[in-house]
Design a protein around this ligand. Structure first.
Ligand code: 4AD
Ligand code: MG
Length: 477
């Protein structure tokens, strides 16, 4: 007989068949009803134990968290809450779980407690739903790009160029930290290090992706990126996954179209394919909201919110227009913003981004044409010589979810910009080569995968949408 998953059993249309299933006990009620889960679905299958004919010693070992192997007959359920159940004829406890010490009890645990038990938290409904959605979103990303003619490119994780992330990178070194070799002027001599130069973990695969876009046309990377910034917020990780498409001959308008189409496509995918998990998380959010003050509650349910994004155009607004809106906004006039907006050129803080998205426009917003001096060196300078062809996408409840731009394709302009920012040409000689040989307009963006998972699952803390979060002072597991 073939082993079935819980998901397969629950969708079986014929009953009175012999079945086998393995999984973990969620609850064992009245010495009789096992709620069994194996991760294949949010739902449990009820297994009914014939306790009168089952060894007392076995019954005692059926505890929350134990791994069991059940054989029996699939029957229509007598009870409420499920269509089918298994009448167990044989129960084998594969792995015991001591109820005295097992941390995941059948009751509500705080997210903080579960974070400390991240190795077991996917045994809860909330985290198994989140991680199934994460997996599904990842598949949807690859599906979208594959179906749209993109090549998947693996950009390096260890990088020798730190131009993009000056100061916020993790060093990769095999030098003896206590006794590193020094140069004559007393600095650490990285020429004796493993790579013969300073090396770091990448903050983005963009620059390398650009090189491939300029030959393969349409590429994307989807990999881990690392940032050593000390931001302890609910939206920052030190290690996160980023999706970065890069396309030759595409300008900023095309970039915005691509980002919007891509995001709608992956949201549609989970709306179609993850209904049960979304329904569970939607209920979870409704329950959570009950204990929050009115203004913090969600105006839409989780699936309505996803549908709203899929069905409506993202609002495209220039930085200059956004500054006007913010300058004249109530929280600015009443000095409610922590950072007041008075002049053109100010960098936008998340309070401003969230005002625009959540209060003013009430829909996803694409801000574009930012002041050159608050954005990266590689962004395409506009005719006005003050702004660059940058775009950020802001989502309700999340703030910035995408950052991208049209890239500066003109060699001289790029060199001037690098000189002004003291970025040595020797370090990015290969990046400059792209502008020497067959240069062309090109664009791309980066989507923070965990911020997308937050949006889809309604989880409020980014630490709860990645299996093992890395944040300042924390690299457990
Ligand atoms: O805006 P960022 O820094 O853009 C880049 O790295 C570009 N090189 C992307 C490109 O054009 N190819 O990061 C892109 C996105 C952000 O919008 C945000 O969603 C996410 O990555 N992100 C983070 N997510 C979690 N933790 C952090 N510390 C993040 N920093 C950025
Ligand atoms: Mg950004």
């Amino acid at each position: 007989m073939k082993l079935s998953t819980v998901s397969e059993l629950l969708s079986q249309e014929t009953t009175l068949i012999d079945v086998e299933v393995k999984g973990w006990v969620r609850t064992f009620r009245a010495n009789r009803f096992i709620a069994l889960n194996d991760g294949s679905t949010i739902n449990n299958i009820q297994c009914v134990v014939d306790f009168e004919n089952t060894d007392e010693a076995i019954l005692k070992r059926i505890t929350t968290g134990a791994a069991v192997y059940i054989k029996g007959l699939l029957v229509e359920s007598q009870g409420k809450g499920q269509n089918v159940e298994v009448q167990a004829t044989s129960i084998e406890v594969l792995g015991d779980s001591d109820p005295e010490t097992y941390p995941i009890q059948p009751k509500k645990h705080s997210l903080e407690f579960l974070r400390e038990n991240a190795h077991l938290r996917t045994r809860t409904n909330t985290f198994s739903a989140v991680m199934r959605l994460r997996s599904s979103l990842s598949f949807a990303v690859h599906k979208y790009f594959t179906e749209n003619g993109f090549y998947n490119m693996h950009t390096p994780i260890i990088t020798g160029s730190d131009a993009e992330g000056a100061g916020e990178m993790f060093r990769v070194s095999t030098l003896d930290a206590k006794n590193p070799p020094l140069t004559e002027d007393g600095k650490v001599d990285y020429s004796q290090d493993f790579f013969g130069k300073e090396a770091n973990l990448t903050v983005s695969g963009q620059l390398e992706a650009e090189t491939y876009a300029m030959s393969l046309g349409k590429v994307y990377t989807f990999g881990p990126t690392f940032r050593a910034e000390n931001s302890n917020t609910s939206r920052h990780l030190s290690e996160f996954w980023m999706i970065e498409p890069e396309v030759a001959f595409m300008d900023l308008d095309g970039n915005m179209d691509l980002a919007e189409d891509f995001m709608k496509s992956v949201l549609n995918y989970v709306l179609e394919n993850n209904k049960e998990d979304l329904a569970f998380l939607e209920q979870r959010q409704i329950q959570e909201d009950k204990s929050k003050p009115q203004i913090e509650r969600n105006e839409m349910t989780l699936t309505d919110k996803l549908r709203f994004v899929v069905d409506n155009n993202f609002k495209r607004v220039s930085y200059t227009e956004a500054i006007d809106i913010l300058r004249n906004s109530k929280p600015n006039k009443k000095k409610k913003f922590q950072y007041l907006i008075d002049e053109w050129g100010a960098d936008l803080q998340s309070e401003h981004e969230r005002f625009l998205v959540e209060k003013h426009f009430k829909c996803p917003v694409i801000l574009f044409d930012y002041p050159a001096n608050i954005k990266a060196f590689y962004m395409r300078l506009n005719e006005d010589e003050k702004t660059v062809r940058a775009m950020d996408i802001l989502f309700p409840g999340i703030g910035e979810i995408v950052g991208g731009s049209q890239r500066e394709e003109r060699l001289e302009v790029l060199k001037e910009k690098m000189a002004a920012l003291d970025i040595p040409e020797e370090e990015l000689w290969w990046y400059l080569d792209l502008r020497k040989y067959g240069t062309a307009v090109h664009s791309g963006f980066g989507l923070g995968f965990e911020r997308l998972v937050m949006f889809v699952t309604g989880m409020g803390n980014i630490r709860d949408v990645i299996p093992y979060p890395r944040t300042p002072q924390n690299a457990e597991f």
